[in-house]
Design a protein around this ligand. Structure first.
Ligand SMILES: NC(=O)C1=CN([C@@H]2O[C@H](COP(=O)(O)OP(=O)(O)OC[C@H]3O[C@@H](n4cnc5c(N)ncnc54)[C@H](O)[C@@H]3O)[C@@H](O)[C@H]2O)C=CC1
Ligand SMILES: CC/C=C\C[C@H](O)C(=O)/C=C/C=C/C=C\C=C\[C@@H](O)C/C=C\CCC(=O)O
Length: 264
């Protein structure tokens, strides 16, 4: 997909990986809807981006992605404001083993719901003009994470759902490609949750173990994740891809047997 002039919807856009993705999309000429629960951070993010890219290139929408009514309204506002939707990045995520139901709601249920709403709008069979959906998983979506069992489950779910819906989109000729990105540790405020009992709950006593893992695996810059996102959007050969991003191997892909691969 050629990004110039396209319209992208990014959740969790106010900071971290989401903000890095927004900046890359703007540099490539797209218009971007910034969707985030945090109004202050979202408005500050937009104000900063306006200085570099102009105020017409972005729209901030305060939205809790776990609230179906708010999420649907955000998509509706996008269509009204920009007239179309070409790219959807379901990025918003939390790490909370204490309120683990919230983790499942944000990291998995909202990704599924956002994908379905985005597909409805982009599917050429519905009069859409096609597009690309990227769901953000994690390396914890591919390996056990002893100290984040529910976060791990949510991210495994993102991969299973994304590969499945990508296969359906191909079989149904929807004109929409759906892929997932699995970064290892990335230098964002999310990592601060490791130090908080209200996030880690019973696993708080293992916080130093996670920090040792971070020392061992290293911590990635969000800009590398944004680069991986752009690769998946621009290269039309990717559908159902599971992109991994680690300090040791950079951007690479999980390999599956031929019968488990998704056609474009
Ligand atoms: N930081 C890391 O080490 C890694 C993060 N990831 C994933 O990348 C994604 C982005 O994470 P980070 O940028 O690191 O986190 P972050 O905490 O820096 O940013 C997450 C953003 O999502 C927003 N958000 C949270 N709940 C929301 C909700 N209910 N509705 C709308 N917005 C909401 C927050 O306000 C925040 O702006 C997440 O899905 C995370 O699981 C994956 C692998 C590594
Ligand atoms: C507060 C931090 C929350 C989330 C961080 C993020 O989602 C994350 O990166 C979590 C990673 C958890 C990893 C858990 C185990 C890692 C296991 C390793 O065995 C993976 C090993 C190699 C990857 C090889 C490769 O294909 O590159």
């Amino acid at each position: 997909m050629y990004l110039n002039g396209k319209v992208a919807f990014v959740t969790g856009a106010a900071q971290g990986i989401g903000r890095a993705m927004v900046e890359e999309l703007l540099h490539k000429g797209a218009a971007v809807i910034l969707v985030d629960l945090n109004r202050i951070a979202g408005e500050q993010c937009k104000a900063s981006l306006d200085e570099e890219f102009g105020s017409h290139r972005t729209l901030f929408i305060q939205c809790d992605v776990t609230d179906e009514k708010q999420l649907k309204a955000a998509f509706q506002k996008t269509m009204e404001h920009f007239g179309n939707l070409d790219i959807l990045v379901n990025n918003a995520g939390v790490n909370n083993e204490k309120d683990w139901e919230k983790t499942i709601e944000v990291n998995l249920i909202s990704v599924i719901r956002g994908t379905y709403i985005g597909l409805e709008l982009m599917n050429v069979k519905n009069g859409g003009r096609g597009g690309v959906i990227i769901n953000i998983s994690s390396l914890a979506g591919l390996t056990p994470a002893a100290y984040q069992p529910v976060y791990c489950a949510s991210k495994h779910g993102v991969i299973g759902f994304t590969r499945s819906i990508a296969a359906l989109a191909s079989i149904g000729n929807y004109g929409v490609r759906i892929n997932t990105v699995c970064p290892a540790f990335v230098d964002t405020p999310l990592l601060e949750s490791i130090e908080k009992e209200e996030n880690m709950g019973e696993f708080y006593k293992y916080k130093d173990n996670i920090k040792d893992m971070m020392k061992s695996f290293g911590v990635l810059d969000p800009s590398l994740i944004a680069k991986g996102l752009i690769d998946l959007i621009e290269d039309d050969s990717f559908n159902g891809a599971v992109m991994k991003i680690t300090t040791s191997r950079g951007i690479h892909f999980e390999e599956y047997a031929a019968h488990q691969k998704t056609k474009v």
